[in-house]
Design a protein around this ligand. Structure first.
Ligand SMILES: *Cc1c(COP(=O)(O)O)cnc(C)c1O
Length: 287
């Protein structure tokens, strides 16, 4: 990793249970009152970070939380863990429905529907606050050559950050490819001048799949920085950033830690199950 140093914005530390970019994206709903709402409805994967954050939001707001998934593996049902386990503990009602189609859902006036992963216009509210925090830091520390980097899923966080920041925002796709991400940007914002710069990862990765090199990079980052990053997005983010020419330029780079650490519990289990050698801690070093 050479001599280059990076600044890290610790959004993983925002709050014990409501942190990372999901807290920013759902901030609008926490902040405002919705007197007629009794139920929150969403859908997505059975281990999603958004699902967990919505379960916390529903609990704080005293709402019911109904979450649709395509499938829950029987192993997970019998051994709840990670985001799934903690969301259930918060009172989430999970409904398994094959080929679930949100467009066919009948949403009552007393229900609030959140699209998958929190890709919503309301997300701008909380992300603008994040942008203000970065602007303040930049000003206080007299940083004139700042660039902000964060890995993207739906691209919502990166897009609204770029909209409210005076400096360049760089991101990379973790879910689809660069073209998919560009399309996502257009859904939320027609004006291309507000779109972040997309860096393309050197390799094509399938979201949620395990890559030994990702685990090794994640472990190395933890050793070097004492910061635990997320295992789904951050290894792609860091490897893309470190291999790009941005890392070799003189600009000051701020990496945004977007939380998601609860999900690591299951990711680490899966990695250790797949590659037994990863489960052996390198204690050797200390002998
Ligand atoms: C959800 C999530 C992302 C992706 O955020 P988008 O706004 O969908 O691009 C990145 N990192 C972590 C840790 C997340 O939980």
């Amino acid at each position: 990793m050479g001599q280059k140093s990076f600044l890290v914005k610790r959004d993983d530390l925002l709050h014990k249970h409501f942190s990372g970019n999901k807290a920013r994206k759902f901030h609008y709903f926490l902040y405002n009152d919705f007197p007629n709402i009794t139920t929150l409805i969403s859908h997505g994967s059975n281990q999603s970070n958004a699902m967990y954050s919505l379960s916390v939001l529903a609990k704080l707001k005293n709402w019911n939380f109904i979450y649709f998934v395509d499938h829950i593996p029987s192993f997970l049902k019998n051994n709840p863990c990670g985001n799934y386990k903690y969301a259930l503990q918060n009172g989430m009602q999970i409904i398994e429905q094959k080929d679930f189609d949100p467009n066919k859902l009948h949403i009552k006036d007393s229900s609030l529907f959140m699209s998958e992963g929190g890709a919503l216009k309301e997300a701008e509210f909380g992300i603008e606050i994040l942008a203000q925090e970065i602007e303040e830091y930049k000003k206080e520390n007299n940083i004139t050559d700042l660039k902000v980097f964060l890995p993207s899923g739906t691209g919502t966080t990166a897009l609204f950050l770029q909209k409210h920041l005076s400096c360049e925002v760089l991101t990379c796709p973790c879910v689809g490819d660069s073209e998919y991400l560009k399309k996502q940007f257009f859904v939320l914002e027609h004006n291309e001048t507000f779109h972040p710069t997309i860096l393309t990862p050197q390799k094509k990765y399938h979201f949620g799949k395990l890559y030994k090199e990702h685990y090794l990079l994640w472990e190395k980052l933890k050793e070097q920085t004492n910061i635990e990053f997320d295992l789904l997005y951050d290894p792609i983010g860091w490897s893309t950033l470190l291999h790009s020419n941005i890392a070799t330029q003189n600009s000051t780079i701020l990496y945004i830690h977007q939380g998601g650490l609860l999900g690591n519990e299951t990711m680490i289990q899966r990695y250790h199950h797949k590659w037994k050698d990863l489960a052996i801690q390198p204690l050797i070093k200390y002998f």
